[in-house]
Design a protein around this ligand. Sequence first.
Ligand code: ZN
Ligand code: ZN
Length: 410
Amino acid sequence: MSLSTHQQNLAKIAVAIGVNLQAGQKLVINAPAECAEFARAIAKAAFERGAGDVSVKYSDEHVARMRYDHASTETLTKVPAWHIDRLKSMVDDGDAVISIHAEDPDVMSGVDAEKVKAAAVALNKAAMPYHDAIINNRIRWCVIAVPTVGWAKKVFPDLPDADAVSALWDAIIKASRVEGDDPIANWQAHNDSFNAKSDFLNRHQFKAFHYQSKNGTDLEVGMPEGYIFTGGAEAAEDGVIFFPNIPTEEVFSAPHKDKVNGTLVSSHPLVYNGQLIDGFRFTFKDGHVTDFHADVGEEALKSLVNATEGSDQLGEIALVPYHSPISEMNILFYNTLFDENASCHFALGSAYPTCIEGGTDMNEEQLKNTGLNVSATHVDFMVGTDDLRITGIMADGTKIPVFENGDWAI
Ligand code: ZN
Ligand code: ZN
């Protein structure tokens, strides 16, 4: 089986738009073993663009699962030196990194959650310099998604394996804007639209946004002074523009953690720690969740809200039009890269320091003082409906429509 033109276009877009690979630059590809054919297409596109070198690190989620089943916690929390050396050399050499996400959402079900948590904490701690480099865009990176049988069967459980994979491919191609004669032009136009929206929102420095929908949402979200909306492309430390996520549809910022009041009703189900939460709503008072309900999965919702410090306060406000390619497909992807981009959403938990002026130079206390939420958790949930209205309220009380009938009004 060879890749279709659209699939090859996705590989090219990841290289040219995603990490914006420069002549002579090295590229690292992180890929599930199942996605080897696609990793090869990325390597080909990279060399055609003048890559200095390309290396692929393959992973296998089934072996990862075996490790949790058989290796001891002591072993799993001891991060090998070669792993860290590899990350360090990537950052030091200024390599570009493309990561393919294709997890089967159920592959870890039944695994000892404490073991997974301990291994993740150890890895995060050991890999801190690398994660730091990513958060501060010191290197250019991009996350894309490619179907595997396990993931595709979760999304399309009623289809035979091959059909499920091909249906998921179709959805990814559509969502990733690689159709038509000139996918690069699609992405340039897409980015112009992100810039226009962010500029408008940043210029107005709204005091608050008022959300209203006939599903019961009636929420005022206060904004911190000096907030920054961003979306689409980002500039790396060296000034080169790149797209960390393909696809992407959101323009996002950080709300003021203590100035959220009213009722917020979800529009889509949420999968949290493998559990489905649906038909849920929150009541906010002075930024905190004071009441909540879920038709399905209320216990999981409770553990989400009470998880840790800051998990009962908002850390992200994201605007996504109801009529975007992803949301119009009306598919639950079980993959944040897609589900987060299907609808206007908020996140309970931490804010991105990049969402406030000077934020990347602030410590936790300073971030909190500006109104940004600091927490060990960050969970997105969707609130976009076809009748969602969002009104921007300026400091002098002037009201400006930002969203009407679920779509941008600016
Ligand atoms: Zn988001
Ligand atoms: Zn988020």
